[in-house]
Design a protein around this ligand. Structure first.
Ligand SMILES: Cc1cc2nc3c(=O)[nH]c(=O)nc-3n(C[C@H](O)[C@H](O)[C@H](O)COP(=O)(O)O)c2cc1C
Length: 412
């Protein structure tokens, strides 16, 4: 029976040595030109040694004017491809597959990085504050800019392949640009990029095609997609099922299921009532909060393997999700921010349930704990304890401002 130790061969032929995947975790520790820093290489060396079958990098931006965080990696003619090669090599140690996640944040660009973000339409985020971060009012992208964005995704995929990454993942979840296009709440366009779902999904599908052209048939192209935005008037689960059919027809290699955005951040917890599938007692016991959505996708009879991310903490729940056929791979995020060897411990049975003290974190400042601990892992420094998450969050906000001020050559 399939369990977390079972290898997985993807449609393109890339083989994962087991079913555990380090989900994308924004690292925030690139250098002042948003290139790979030695701390990133250190971090990926640890993760590769930690036992995952696949590592997916944190989101790498296609345009330095639009960052999700000041310390993001960017590939847009800023050089640094030798260091990128070193990063790919570090992540591929120990028989691990190493992929790059590619993103454009659109209107979820913090205001202190760019007060004039771009988006499908001039619709501002419906929130004033996301963990102490604010956002400017966006302007609608022009047709020429959309063509430019598609070619930027293709260019970054080309650079990833040339640097030794065996796959890329297109980030179309969590309210970033491609996810904004999918949402009728954020996308009010009346041209061929808005309106009917076919139009709202056009940018994602064009980006996937550009990535495939760059990667060729033997490297992997994956997509991270919301099972729903869980918002009234947003991207629904029914929309999602249709987009999944189209992505399957494109021949993508791995589809990661998540959910939510900055307005409705359910990527980090159980989704709210709007558009939620009824949660069965058995699903609650299975920990992972998007599993019911994965089941409804599997019912479509897909060729593409599904990776389910969000909430998995015990080997029993992971094995059950794989054995039932709901998930083909298990995504792990927060546990790997502090225990880089959690996959090894799951596999050898020393830690059957994650024991990192997450229940001692405060919801409002937990993100500071995760972000700052990733930086500390890169520095080989002692980690913040869960009880120190307020302090970590204060340090994070100061740190992000300092990094933002040190960035060179922004060309805003
Ligand atoms: C510190 C941190 C950074 C993250 N960065 C990204 C990212 O760059 N791209 C992405 O798609 N998801 C990102 N996520 C979401 C995770 O990939 C994952 O979907 C989420 O944490 C739920 O999984 P978990 O319960 O295993 O943590 C991030 C989450 C955390 C906690």
């Amino acid at each position: 029976m399939t369990d977390i130790s079972t290898p997985l061969t993807l449609p393109c032929g890339v083989k994962l040595k087991n079913r555990l995947v380090k989900a994308a975790l924004t690292e925030g520790i690139a250098d002042t030109m948003n290139r790979v820093d030695h701390r990133l290489i250190n971090l990926y060396r640890r993760w590769a040694a930690g036992g995952s079958g696949l590592l997916i990098t944190g989101n790498v931006q296609v345009d330095r004017r639009y960052l999700e965080r000041p310390g993001n990696m960017v590939i847009d003619g800023n050089g640094g491809l030798d260091q990128m090669r070193a990063l790919a090599e570090a992540g591929a140690a120990n028989g691990t597959e190493m992929w790059m996640q590619i993103n454009h944040p659109g209107r979820q660009t913090p205001i202190y990085l760019n007060p004039h973000p771009v988006a499908p339409s001039d619709v501002a985020l419906d929130i004033d504050d996301f963990g102490g971060i604010h956002f400017g009012a966006p302007r609608a992208l022009t047709e020429a800019e959309l063509e430019d964005i598609i070619s930027r995704f293709g260019h970054v995929a080309e650079a990833a392949a040339a640097s030794g990454f065996t796959g890329v993942q297109i980030h179309s979840a969590h309210g970033y640009l491609l996810s904004q296009f999918l949402s009728p709440k954020a996308n009010r366009r009346t041209d061929r990029w808005g309106g009917a779902l076919e139009n709202r999904a056009r940018l994602l599908l064009e980006v996937v095609r550009a990535a495939r052209r760059a990667m060729g048939p033997r490297r992997a192209v994956g997509v991270k997609l919301n099972s729903s935005d869980f918002q009234k008037g947003g991207f629904t689960h029914e929309d999602c099922l249709q987009v999944v059919r189209w992505l399957d027809a494109e021949g993508i290699d791995l589809l990661e299921i998540s959910g939510g955005n900055y307005e409705q951040p359910s990527m980090g917890g159980a989704p709210p009532a709007a558009d939620a599938l009824p949660v069965k007692e058995s699903t609650k016991k299975r920990e992972a909060y998007f599993l019911a959505y994965a089941e409804s996708m599997q019912a479509l009879g897909l060729k593409v393997p599904l990776m389910v991310t969000g909430g998995f903490r015990s080997r029993a729940a992971m094995d059950a999700a794989l054995a039932s056929g709901a998930a083909d791979a298990i995504g792990l995020g927060r546990p790997l921010c502090t225990q880089t060897d959690f996959p090894n411990r799951l596999l050898d049975g020393t830690t059957p349930v994650f024991d990192g003290g997450e229940q001692r974190l405060k919801p409002d400042t937990a993100i500071g704990y995760y972000y700052m601990n990733l930086a500390r892992l890169g520095d080989d420094a002692p980690l913040y304890a869960p009880e120190e998450c307020d302090a970590a969050h204060r340090d994070l906000l100061a740190n992000e401002q300092r990094i933002a001020a040190s960035l060179k050559d922004r060309r805003l």
